[in-house]
Design a protein around this ligand. Structure first.
Ligand code: HEC
Ligand code: HEC
Length: 464
């Protein structure tokens, strides 16, 4: 009998299935992978995972044939240029840019799990949570188009993220920026669907498939986070007149090492070599570490949990038999309920047993994040004073690096000022001091001998 060739689009909705043997002599089209770690976190059953995959396919299409609902706020034409297999048409239009330039690191789904990822440090970004690091917007907000363009043009120095400035022309950069947003939004919607399934649907209730729910209730609020990015910029005041002077650098230095002020030494160390806190995770790796620990424990205790379900059932049945107040009919009904509960527990354990090893295979060994060695002079988010100001102002999203603390004590504000004047004075002192810290940070690679950390050999300084 001739083997039937299943259309690739159906595979998209298959959840948790790896290594599909299609047998049609042609590799199946790539598909978006389900975010299994999130499915586990929210305890989503296979049936519910199927619902979520269907909803995502309806909203976003497939890697080869992306769908771009107008409520996403994304530009369909740009996405078409970046999506799909890499090819050039007769008119010389080049499409499939993401797969050509990005997917081997960031993965088809934008999960940061391309084939090269495991060999890189830091790992390529997983876009699906919508956390971005190097941007001009407030800490938890999405980056602007200009932020993403900058990253694509200049890459991320000190990491494997390449600079595409020479390889790509402006429309191609814009297309890829749009595609990063598309993958990120899709990931954010997936997480939101899982969250709502777990927190807002009743027992046995299915995910609604109406446009009102999917588009208005789920897609739009997530898309709004992206479209409002331009309005969430960090405020920046111009540097003070003495910026770059020895006095400004000295002021920055005393703030940097003051545990009651900037407290930068906590992580960057008393040497600024980045040797303060060495055993913390960033958000991505923390999630993976927690997931792996929990999954290991679940898998190791499956037999025990199954045994317990049987035991609990037996004990409850025994208690039913001993309850003389029940009629025969009531006893029968209650036993049926107990049987159903037991079956549900066993089903859930069976699903965990099947899903967790696959979900584990979709994670990379968690690694600690290293506070930057500030004597190296390598700045991932850019080396302009403004870039360092941004990093200090809002910290680095998704990492332990915090937004700057309050640097101005109440006692420093003259008591005879009005509340409003005090607030203004505080704000201007705070900004000035942040620029002082920027000054000190940018001077660190050149700090002369005899200063903090200079007693450490150059080999030590070259950590990171
Ligand atoms: C050789 C691997 C590699 C390739 C190829 C690559 N990246 Fe990256 N990318 C990385 C790594 C590694 C990071 C994370 C750096 C970090 O966290 O400091 C990253 C981070 C990013 C970020 C996050 C920036 C931020 O502010 O958080 C974006 C956006 C991005 N890459 C987009 C792309 C796009 C688009 C392409 C293709 C045009 C691409 N990358 C190609 C490795 C790569
Ligand atoms: C809780 C720990 C922690 C504290 C406190 C901290 N940092 Fe960081 N910092 C980090 C980590 C971790 C990174 C690396 C983040 C990354 O690479 O994604 C970092 C990176 C940096 C960078 C590099 C930015 C770039 O573009 O590469 C600078 C500059 C920096 N920190 C300055 C400071 C200053 C100044 C302070 C004090 C105001 C400070 N940090 C306080 C943990 C911290």
């Amino acid at each position: 009998m001739k083997q039937r060739c299943v259309k690739p689009r159906f595979w998209v909705v298959l959840v948790g299935t790896l290594g599909l043997a299609v047998g049609c002599g042609k590799a199946p089209s790539p598909r978006f992978d389900s975010n299994l770690m999130v499915m586990d976190k929210y305890d989503i059953s296979f049936e519910q995972q199927q619902d979520i995959a269907n909803a995502l396919a309806a909203l976003f299409g497939t890697p080869d044939d992306p769908y771009v609902p107008k409520e996403s706020g994304l530009d369909k034409d740009k996405i078409k240029l970046a999506a799909g297999p890499t090819k050039s048409d007769k008119a010389g239009v080049h499409t499939g840019l993401y797969r050509e330039h990005c997917a081997h690191c960031h993965g088809i789904s934008g999960n940061g799990m391309g084939p090269t990822a495991a060999f890189l440090k830091p790992y390529p970004r997983d876009y699906r949570e919508g956390w971005f690091k190097f941007k001009s917007t407030e800490r938890a907000e999405m980056p602007t188009n200009a932020d993403l363009e900058r990253i694509l043009r200049h890459g991320i120095p000190g990491t494997s993220m390449p600079a595409f400035e020479v390889a790509l022309v402006q429309p191609e950069i814009e297309a890829l920026v749009e595609y990063v947003k598309y993958l990120s939004l899709r990931g954010m919607v997936e997480i939101e669907l899982a969250r709502q399934t777990s927190e807002e649907l009743g027992e046995g209730e299915r995910l609604p498939t109406t446009a009102e729910f999917l588009v208005e209730g789920v897609l739009k609020p997530q898309a709004e986070k992206w479209s409002s990015a331009e309005t969430k910029l960090m405020p920046v005041a111009a540097p003070p007149a003495d910026f770059g002077s020895p006095a400004s650098i000295a002021a920055g230095k005393s703030l940097f090492y003051d545990v009651n002020k900037a407290n930068c030494l906590k992580c960057h160390g008393t040497t600024a070599l980045g040797d303060g806190v060495l055993n913390d995770y960033d958000q991505w790796n923390k999630d993976v570490a927690e997931f792996r620990t929990k999954a290991d424990a679940t898998l190791a205790s499956l037999t025990e949990q199954r045994g317990k379900a049987e035991e609990d059932f037996a004990t409850a049945v025994e208690a039913l038999g001993a309850d003389s107040a029940l009629s025969e009919e009531e006893r029968k009904q209650q036993r049926e309920t107990l049987e159903k509960d037991k079956a549900a527990t066993l089903k859930k354990l069976g699903e965990k047993e099947r899903m967790l090893p696959t979900a584990m295979a979709y994670t990379l060994v968690p690694r600690y994040i290293e506070p930057r060695n500030l004597r190296m002079g390598v700045y991932r988010g850019g080396r302009r004073p403004l870039d360092v100001y941004y990093r200090i102002h809002s910290g680095i999203n998704g990492t332990p690096m915090p937004a700057i603390a309050n640097l101005v004590a109440d006692s420093e504000l003259p008591a005879d000022l009005s509340e409003e004047e005090k607030a203004q004075r505080r704000q201007s002192l705070q900004t000035q001091r942040m620029w002082n810290i920027v000054d000190y940070v940018l001077s660190l690679p050149y700090e002369p001998g005899g200063e903090l950390g200079a007693d450490i050999s150059m080999l030590g300084r070259e950590r990171n």
